[in-house]
Write a protein that binds this ligand. Structure first.
Ligand code: HMG
Ligand code: MG
Length: 298
């Protein structure tokens, strides 16, 4: 049994571009996000307000957030690691902010320079102030299915971190297979375990296609009742130099599979291809999604 409708969160402008070696000019990012706004997507994560030394690709978050055309029925979100990032995000008027941390200690430290315990009070303040400013908040847990430094991650640790984020007041939790190691059997048993501990209606799966199992993982997630998935158009973010995270699940492949299965996404496939072709030209390499490979061979 699979759901009749699925919600897709487009994270390409953030998770895709942060892993691409190509420098995309600010005006091209803006034009790309504007074209994504025409596809029927209800949610676009546009950038992140993190330290520009850590993620130079997204150092123009402010300019991008201020210049994009806003559609009233689309949620425009940005990643924020702390209060400084939140203040910048609020100033630019994004609708939603995403906070993030890892289920494994070493990845958390390498990614945001703090232990898990030290991260909680930082995010608690961010969530509280974001809510006071009228924003919705998404929480990401990374390294859910494996950590590049520690290997296996205990599902209990993931549920513990996820519940702390819900206690802070997040509206949705995104469970990240940061390095794309999850296999369908692992995802199935993880989600069976999650039943009764994390609300499925507020849980999104965030797969990376590093080892080619992302769509298989989507299928078992659908069968377990997940209805929200993150994707990056064209499978953007497959930087061969970045160790750790590469190759998000491709939104276009996801939409194709779901529509073939009779599951409604509300997304216009032709317009999605137009938007993918646009960013492919700007980054100057062929995008890895199957849909774009077919497009490129035509
Ligand atoms: P830090 O060095 O510990 O920060 O970095 P700090 O608080 O000690 O401050 C040091 C300096 O940074 C100060 O400047 C601050 O003002 C500045 P100085 O006084 O030295 O001139 N600073 C900032 N500047 C701009 N924006 C900010 C900001 N905060 C402080 N927000 C920090 C801590 C969190 C800032 C840093 O580690 C960082 O930026 N990390 C970002 C890491 C990142 O973006 N990773 C990728 C996203 S997560 C992901 O991809 C996973 C996900 O996709 C899910 C999945 O796949 O699992 C979400
Ligand atoms: Mg990611």
């Amino acid at each position: 049994h699979v759901p009749e409708q699925v919600t897709i969160r487009e994270v390409g402008p953030r998770d895709g571009l942060q892993n691409e070696p190509a420098e995309v000019p600010t005006e091209d990012k803006i034009a790309w996000i504007d074209s994504l706004s025409e596809t029927g997507l209800g949610y676009i994560e546009i950038s992140s307000f993190v330290h520009p030394k850590w993620i130079p690709q997204l150092k123009d978050a402010r300019e991008v957030a201020k210049a994009i055309k806003r559609h009233p029925d689309i949620t425009y979100a940005a990643l924020v690691p702390n209060k400084k990032g939140l203040e910048a995000a609020i100033e630019t008027g994004v609708d939603e902010v995403s906070v993030f941390m890892s289920a494994s200690e070493t990845h958390n430290r390498k990614n945001i320079n703090k232990s898990i315990e030290e991260t909680y009070p930082v995010l608690e303040e961010v969530v509280k102030e974001a809510k006071q400013a009228g924003k919705t908040v998404r929480g990401y847990v990374s390294t859910v299915f494996g950590c590049p430094y520690e290997g296996d991650v205990e599902p209990d640790k993931v549920f513990q971190v996820g519940n702390r984020l819900f206690e802070m007041g997040i509206d949705e939790l995104s469970l990240g297979d940061t390095i794309g190691v999850a296999d369908p059997k692992q995802v199935d048993s993880f989600l069976a375990n999650m039943d009764g501990r994390i609300p499925f209606s507020k849980a999104a799966m965030h797969f990376h296609n590093t080892s080619g199992m992302a769509l298989a993982n989507v299928l078992v997630s659908l069968e377990r009742g997940v209805t929200i998935f993150d994707g990056a158009l064209g499978g953007l973010g497959g930087c061969p130099y970045a160790d750790g995270a590469s190759g998000n699940l491709a939104t276009d492949d996801l939409v194709h599979m779901l529509e073939r299965m009779g599951i409604d996404t509300g997304i216009h496939k032709g317009k999605l291809t137009d938007a993918a072709a646009f960013i492919q030209e700007k980054i100057g390499i062929e995008l890895p999604s199957h849909q774009m490979q077919m497009f490129n061979r035509k």
